[in-house]
Design a binder for this molecule. Structure first.
Ligand code: PRP
Length: 190
């Protein structure tokens, strides 16, 4: 079992504060409100667990339009810092999305492999529209093409934790987005 990580010794620096994030979350919610203001039926938000749960919780509290929120548990990183490239659906949604307007809520688009897979998977259920909303976008790391409709911040190719994002399932509770000290994950690679 991995030992507990004390954030004080694990973090190199914080790149996005709680305040920076809240301002962007509010701006994204306003844009979504505007884009879906004329909808007769609630839009469907699909929160991709586990990383997106903090972002999604804040985003939904800024939205004014009618919506439903559903959860899908998808995993591709196992316990390391590199995407395994193999996307596994641990828990599917139970709602029927055919002919509905859907937005996937993600914490980060990194290689893009998770979202490329998910987009195709959910498109197969014939939603009326399928948009992607992510808090963080790491364009330098992209291996699969993904069209992102709502993006909070573009970041460099560094391993980040906090605000829902983990390292080995830990550090999700940090209020901002921080860069992990390389020695924390290098210990694993040795
Ligand atoms: C993270 C993140 C995205 C995915 C993005 O999930 O939440 O779903 O990786 O990476 P990609 O663009 O390289 O595919 P992870 O597999 O770490 O699971 P978790 O959200 O449960 O921590």
């Amino acid at each position: 079992m991995r030992k507990g990580l004390n954030w004080v010794y694990s973090i190199e620096r914080t790149i996005l504060s709680e305040k920076d994030i809240q301002a962007r979350v509010q701006a994204i919610a306003q844009q979504i409100d505007l884009d879906y203001q004329d909808e007769e039926y609630p839009i469907i938000l699909i929160c991709i667990l586990k990383g997106a749960f903090v972002f999604c919780a804040d985003l939904i509290r800024c939205l004014n339009i009618p919506f439903e929120v559903h959860f899908m548990d998808v995993s591709s990183y196992n316990d390391g810092t590199q995407s395994s490239g193999v996307v596994k659906i641990e828990k599917d949604i139970s709602v029927n999305i055919t002919d509905r307007r859907v937005i996937i809520i993600e914490d980060i688009v990194d290689t893009g492999l998770t979202l490329a897979y998910l987009k195709e998977f959910l498109d197969g259920r014939h939603p009326r529209s399928l948009a992607i909303c992510t808090l963080l976008d790491k364009p330098e790391a992209r291996q699969a093409e993904v069209q992102v409709d709502y993006s909070g911040f573009q970041i460099g190719n560094e391993f980040v934790v906090g605000y829902g994002l983990d390292f080995a399932q830990q550090l999700r509770g940090l209020p901002g987005i921080s860069i992990l000290k390389p020695e924390v994950y290098q210990e694993d690679e040795e």
